[in-house]
Each structure stands twice: as structure tokens, then as C-alpha cells.
Design a protein around this ligand. Structure first.
Ligand code: NCD
Length: 298
């Protein structure tokens, strides 16, 4: 049984094969009935648009069925049921579970009680492996994954997409440049782990210092919901913004990615520049998640 909880559980061969598989799917090479006897349970205990809808769309494209519980408030968890019990019960209704939960570690815990595969769709400030797979998929559409310079800007402390992506890039010997407001730096334990794995991680105070040397700029939203209070959020909100001016003179092949939703960290005028790939990136969630579902449900 294959759970997908952390990007650390996946090796480079698995990721490369999954990307190949998603490329095949994107060129319409798939059986539209391959999951017609399968049921996917969506347990989303935090807001979601892209992740949830693209998993549902992926399941529908493969002929499968999705079932879901609305919100925590609409489920028995509101009556005090433990996550472990919910997962045991849902394992009896579905062939796989996609879980998003506000607590870091929730998906790992769920996998210990599930009798079907669990895919982590985001556990608090922890991990978001399916997002990383579609991020890597989007990068390889125009660049090699090996040996590139990737800038990561924004809330790298609470941003789970950044945590998963940084680790994945260490499988490809890419250099990571990190730029974040004070207090929102990539966790030092993760930086230490990346460096131990031989990955170059360079910290920059200003994005201007490095932008012209980047192949990829990965922008993230400040994760307001993880802040202890709103005053500390307002201290850092609007502290960085990707503008058309900032992008003058960058490498012609630079791609700007963002897991979305965006708040104000990329100005709308950037959407019309050839560098902007974030909407394409979100569309890529469907073939990548189709490949993931075929993998865990086979
Ligand atoms: C991200 C998440 O939920 O971590 N969204 C997503 O899945 N595309 C990023 C975010 O919320 O900022």
C-alpha cells in the first residue's frame, strides 16, 4: 500500500516516472475508465480550491467517483470524533483518501490508521507533496530539473509547498536561493538537512540581488492563517511584490511559479508577461494527480 505523505518518502526514480506518466496523460494517452470501480474520499479540513477540485477532476477523467465530507463542522469530528476513528471509518467507504488538515503530522497519523492509501494534500505548515509534483512537472515543461537556480520568495517558514519543493530540488542538484521577510525564513533544520544532502542554499536579503541569475522564481503567499496574531501578520504583509519592473532584464527563459492563491505578492500586470506560468501550473494539477491516483490505486 502506497501512501504519499511527505516528499521525503519519494525517490528520484519514482518522481521521474510519475512526471513521464503525467506527460503521457497530458497528451491524451490514458484509459478514461481505468478507475471506474474506484472511490476516492476527500477529507478537507482546511480551505482548498485547486487541490480539491483538481483531485476531483482527475478522478472524474479516469472514470472514478469522489465522495467527501464537507467541513470539520459538518462532520462527526465536530462531535469529538478523533481523526484516527474518522480515518478507520472512511477506509471502509473508499479505495484511497486525500486528506488536508490544519495540524502538521496529521496525514502521517492518518496513514497509520488507514487500511487504504492516504495522500497528504497539506498538513498545517508541514508538507504538500502533490503540489511539489506538479511544480516539478511545470518546471520540466521548459527547463531541465538538474542544476538550475531556483529562487523561493515569501513565507518559507509556514509555507508547506516551499518545504516540499526545497527538499525535492535537493534530489536534482539544483541551487536554492531563499528570500523572505524577517521571521519567515525557511526552517533552519530544513536548511541544515538540504546542505547535508549537498544542496547549495543561499540566503538573500533582497530579490533584486539575485533575480537576474534565476531560472525559476517560486513565489509564495504569506500564510496568514498560521500566524499567532494579526498584528504580527500586518508587520510583514505587503513586504515583497513581484512587479513588471522587477522582471526587467531577467533571463529570457525565467519562469515565475506560484502555488496560488495569490493575495498581492504578484501584481496582475505580470500575468501578461511570458515568464508567468502560475495558471498553467495550476492546470497541470489535473494530469499530475491523475498519474498519482493511477499509481496509488493500481
Ligand atoms: C497552497 C497550500 O494550500 O499550501 N495552496 C495550494 O494547494 N495550491 C499554498 C497556499 O495556500 O498559499
Amino acid at each position: 500500500m502506497k501512501h504519499i505523505i511527505s516528499i521525503r518518502d519519494l525517490d528520484r526514480q519514482f518522481i521521474d516516472e510519475l512526471i513521464n506518466h503525467a506527460n503521457h496523460i497530458a497528451s491524451q494517452h490514458f484509459n478514461a475508465n481505468s478507475l471506474s470501480d474506484k472511490i476516492l474520499a476527500l477529507l478537507f479540513f482546511e480551505p482548498s480550491t485547486r487541490t480539491r477540485m483538481s483531485f476531483e477532476a482527475a478522478m472524474a477523467r479516469l472514470g472514478g467517483t469522489s465522495i467527501s465530507v464537507g467541513s470539520i463542522e459538518a462532520s462527526s469530528m465536530a462531535k469529538g470524533e478523533t481523526l484516527a476513528d474518522t480515518i478507520r471509518v472512511v477506509s471502509g467507504y473508499a479505495d484511497a483518501i486525500v486528506l488536508r488538515h490544519p495540524k502538521e503530522g496529521a496525514a502521517r497519523l492518518a496513514s497509520e490508521f488507514a487500511s487504504v492509501p492516504v495522500i497528504n494534500a497539506g498538513d498545517g505548515a508541514g508538507q504538500h507533496p502533490s503540489q511539489t509534483l506538479l511544480d516539478l512537472y511545470t518546471i520540466q515543461q521548459s527547463l531541465p530539473l538538474d542544476g538550475i537556480d531556483v529562487g523561493m520568495i515569501g513565507d518559507l517558514r509556514y509555507g508547506r509547498t516551499a518545504h516540499s519543493l526545497a527538499y525535492a530540488l535537493s534530489l536534482y542538484r539544483s541551487r536554492i536561493h531563499v528570500i523572505s521577510p524577517k521571521g519567515l525564513e525557511l526552517p533552519s533544520a530544513l536548511i541544515g538537512e538540504l546542505r547535508e544532502r549537498g544542496t547549495e542554499v543561499v540566503e538573500h536579503e533582497h530579490v533584486e540581488d539575485i533575480i537576474k541569475e534565476l531560472d525559476v522564481l517560486y513565489v509564495t503567499r504569506i500564510q496568514r492563517e498560521r500566524f499567532p496574531d494579526s498584528a504580527s501578520y500586518f508587520d510583514v504583509s505587503s513586504s515583497y511584490k513581484i512587479t513588471t519592473e522587477l522582471l526587467e532584464g531577467v533571463r529570457s527563459h525565467l519562469i515565475v511559479l506560484h502555488p496560488l492563491p495569490r493575495v498581492d505578492e504578484i501584481e496582475p500586470e505580470v500575468d501578461d508577461l511570458p515568464y508567468a506560468r502560475y495558471f498553467e501550473q495550476s492546470r497541470n494539477g489535473v494530469p499530475v494527480r491523475m498519474a498519482m491516483l493511477q499509481e496509488v490505486l493500481k
